[in-house]
Each structure stands twice: as structure tokens, then as C-alpha cells.
Design a protein around this ligand. Structure first.
Ligand code: PHE
Length: 354
């Protein structure tokens, strides 16, 4: 039968185990061992029944005192561990407030920058302003007259197939639309200039356009163009070709050239498509340019007399040229962006490169 010394040994053993518990988790296990139903002290308490009354009383008191000591040690250790663990947590997640002192990088609110398309529009404007052009803008919602009629594209003319149009559901069907190109701004400018007696015109007109295109690597249903219009005395096709060549070299670099190929637009005569040296292969031929060494950028031509007639410009005294090309396409060519859709996906990892 065990005596008082085993009780003292049990307490010592418990003290050692409790002190060795390194975490709340471990202490829970130790608690079961030293004060649970199967602990030696509990076992000894169960054996009390077999003792004589006097011995039972004494040993009972002894055991009770021992269990109180063990409980006290457990509580103490639990509190100490809780404190240690909380301190460790706090140290790990500590906020370093000095990071937010004025002047440190983290204190400055993260600053964005203009979207690549806006940067490109600004740069194109700069190039043309440097060549003596003014910058003008026009509405994105247009009437059929400005987008088509005044540009020598009468209703039901087959050329309308060149522009798949979004119409607005306002009153008369197919009278109000989202402009499919920036060419209607030519009409606004010429009308105003005629009213104000303010010819000549040397203007570029950047802006958003809309077409019912399925988006792919080279097309977006919402895209940007910059239109150019010169109306002056004695303007010839050579002025047009020279303007495009100078712009191309200024924007893309001196080793990129422009060439004109015959084309058809209802509002210019003669008309041309203009192409630039493929910026990927620099003219040697690659997949992007279908091995031609050239990439189409836009359309151009001499202002058709029918357009002058529509806005009241005297075609005997004035001649002019116009051009229009894609701003997004320019950005794509200059920065070698494989897929135009990246411009509208808002992936910050893509956008912050520019
Ligand atoms: N507006 C035409 C288009 O978007 C391009 C163009 C503009 C052609 C000016 C000739 C003159 O397709």
C-alpha cells in the first residue's frame, strides 16, 4: 500500500511534467495525465475506501492537498503559456507604424497612370500638333446623316456593309447610332467652318468608335480612331502621302515607312489604304503581317466633292485630304501586343508595363 511519499513523488512528477509542457496543447495532455480520472492521484483516492477510518481521513487530506497543489500548478502554467503564445502572435503580426510616417514609400498612396490607349492618343496628338494640326472632338452618338449620309453613303448603299452598326432604339428605327468611325467629325468641323467662314481646316479628331464586331486578337467592338482632315487651297495627294510618311516616322521610328495602296471609301476620291512596315519583323515578313512585311493601319484619300457639296464647301476653291486609323492598333504595333483584348481586360499586370 502506498504511503505519503508516493503522494509527494506524484506531485513532483506532476510538477516536472507541467513545467515541461511547451504549449497549451501539450498542457491539455499533461492535465489528463496528472489530474484526470486515470491519474495516479485519482487512483490513490479510489483506494481510500479500503483504509481504516483514521488512516483514510489522514491520507484523504493529504491527497486533497496534493491535488490542490497540482491544480494550482496547472492553472499557473496555463496562464503562462497563454501569455507566451499571445505575445508570439502579436510579435508575428505586429504593425510597424513607422512605415506610415510621411515620406516613406508605403505612406504614398499607390499612384496609377494613364491607360496605354490614352497614352497613345496623347502621343499621336503631340505628333500631329507638331505638324501644325489642331485637335478636335465630336459626339459618339450620331445621326445617320453624320455617320453615313453626309459622307456620301446614302441609305441602302452597299458600302454600309463596311461598317456593322449599333443603332439606338430611339423613335424612328436606324436613325441614331453609335458612330462607327471618327469620319463624322469631319462633317461637324466643315459645317462649322463654313458657317463661321473659318476655312482652312487642319485638324485631327481622336475618339471612341463602335462596331458590331466579335472581339478577336485584332478587333474590339469599342475601339479608338484618330481622324485627320485638311481643307485648304491647292492641297494634293502628295500632301497626303507626305503627311502620312512624316507621321509614321515620328511615331514609330525612322526605320518604319508608310505605303499607300488603292482602296475604296465613299467619302474620298481617290482613296487608299495605308500600310506601315511590320514592326515585328521590320519588313522581312512574318506571321503577323502574313509574310508581306506590311501592316494595314487605316484609310485615307482626297475629300470627295460630294462631301464638300453636303456641307457647303466650294469644291472649286478648296481641296482636301482625310485619313483615319486605329489608335489601339497603333499601340498594338508599337508595343507588339499579340492580342488587342488585353487592352480591355483590366489585368493590372499587363497595364502596368506601359
Ligand atoms: N473612316 C474610315 C474607316 O473607319 C477610314 C477613313 C478615314 C478612310 C478618312 C478615308 C478617309 O474605315
Amino acid at each position: 500500500m502506498s504511503g505519503p511519499t508516493d503522494v509527494a513523488a506524484c506531485v513532483e512528477e506532476a510538477r516536472r511534467a507541467i513545467a515541461a509542457a511547451g504549449s497549451t496543447e501539450e498542457l491539455r495532455r499533461v492535465t489528463a495525465e496528472v489530474s484526470g480520472k486515470r491519474s495516479p492521484l485519482a487512483e490513490m483516492s479510489r483506494e481510500l475506501g479500503a483504509l481504516e477510518p483514521e488512516a483514510r481521513r489522514q491520507r484523504g487530506q493529504h491527497l486533497q492537498a496534493a491535488r490542490a497543489v497540482v491544480e494550482g500548478l496547472l492553472e499557473e502554467r496555463a496562464a503562462a503559456l497563454r501569455f507566451e503564445e499571445r505575445s508570439r502572435e502579436l510579435a508575428a503580426s505586429r504593425l510597424d507604424l513607422t512605415e506610415f510616417l510621411p515620406g516613406s514609400p508605403a505612406a504614398r498612396a499607390a499612384r496609377g497612370h494613364l491607360h496605354l490607349v490614352s497614352q497613345t492618343r496623347d502621343e499621336l496628338e503631340d505628333v500631329f500638333v507638331g505638324m501644325g494640326f489642331e485637335v478636335a472632338e465630336g459626339p459618339e452618338i450620331e445621326t445617320d446623316w453624320y455617320n453615313f449620309g453626309a459622307l456620301n453613303i446614302p441609305p441602302a448603299h452597299p458600302a454600309r456593309g463596311m461598317w456593322d452598326t449599333f443603332y439606338l432604339d430611339l423613335g424612328e428605327p436606324e436613325t441614331t447610332l453609335l458612330r462607327t468611325h471618327t469620319s463624322p467629325v469631319q462633317i461637324h468641323l466643315m459645317e462649322r467652318a463654313v458657317l463661321d467662314g473659318a476655312l482652312p481646316i487642319h485638324a485631327v479628331m481622336p475618339g471612341r468608335c463602335y462596331r458590331r464586331d466579335t472581339p478577336d486578337a485584332r478587333h474590339l467592338p469599342v475601339f479608338h480612331q484618330v481622324e485627320g482632315l485638311v481643307v485648304d487651297r491647292g492641297i494634293t495627294f502628295a500632301d497626303l502621302a507626305g503627311t502620312i510618311e512624316v507621321f509614321t516616322a515620328a511615331y514609330f521610328g525612322p526605320d518604319i515607312h508608310a505605303r499607300l495602296r488603292p482602296a475604296y471609301f465613299p467619302f474620298t476620291e481617290p482613296s487608299a489604304e495605308f500600310e506601315i512596315t511590320c514592326t515585328l519583323c521590320r519588313g522581312t515578313g512574318c506571321r503577323t503581317c502574313s509574310q508581306t512585311g506590311w501592316i494595314e493601319l487605316g484609310g485615307c484619300g482626297m475629300v470627295d466633292p460630294a462631301v464638300f457639296a453636303a456641307v457647303g464647301v466650294d469644291a472649286e476653291s478648296w481641296t482636301g485630304f482625310a485619313f483615319g486609323f486605329g489608335i489601339d492598333r497603333c499601340a498594338q504595333m508599337r508595343h507588339q501586343i499579340a492580342d488587342l483584348r488585353a487592352l480591355v481586360e483590366n489585368d493590372i499586370r499587363f497595364l502596368r508595363q506601359f
